[in-house]
Design a protein around this ligand. Structure first.
Ligand code: DQA
Length: 147
């Protein structure tokens, strides 16, 4: 079974981007962490990143059409994109929102997620482990037959 791991704007810059906040692990490390965890869980994984809101929405449409589970880091779109929220609301399979950092412990504008209310659940604050835990959550939801 295939799981999509979708990453929003600026996440390709991981390792270079504000390392004091986001750490020194790179985007390639993120991809590898997802591939390793998926292999442990017997899942196939397709890890993607875009800076483009329209592309991210198209990927979610594709996932909805194929009942593909998703791990989504919406990055800054988390806090204001109603278009992304509406795309997530159409989901036909589990979708776990992830964040590397804990937005609740950061600036006020990061305290709101417009995505959280339409996701299966959210995992935030554990760096690359957020992704590992999210893939485990997806596997558990699939095993339980829930969304
Ligand atoms: C982030 C948190 C967001 O507030 C921020 O805009 C990001 C990354 C995270 O993974 O911690 O780009 O989603």
């Amino acid at each position: 079974l295939r799981v999509l791991v979708l990453n929003g704007p600026n996440l390709s810059r991981l390792g270079v981007r504000e390392p004091e906040i986001y750490g020194t692990a790179t985007y390639d490390d993120l991809v590898r962490a997802c591939q390793e965890t998926a292999a442990e869980l017997g899942l196939d994984v397709d890890v993607r990143q875009t800076n483009d809101e329209a592309e991210l929405i198209s990927w979610l449409h594709g996932a909805a059409d194929t009942r593909t589970p998703v791990v989504l880091n919406p990055a800054a779109f988390t806090h204001y994109s109603y278009a992304l929220r509406d795309a997530v609301a159409m989901r036909t399979a589990p979708l776990v929102e992830v964040h590397l950092t804990n937005p609740a412990a950061r600036e006020e504008f990061r305290h709101t997620s417009v995505i959280a209310g339409v996701a299966s659940g959210t995992i935030a604050g554990f760096g690359l482990d957020s992704y590992r835990l999210a893939l485990r959550a997806i596997a558990a939801l699939l095993a339980a037959g829930s969304r």
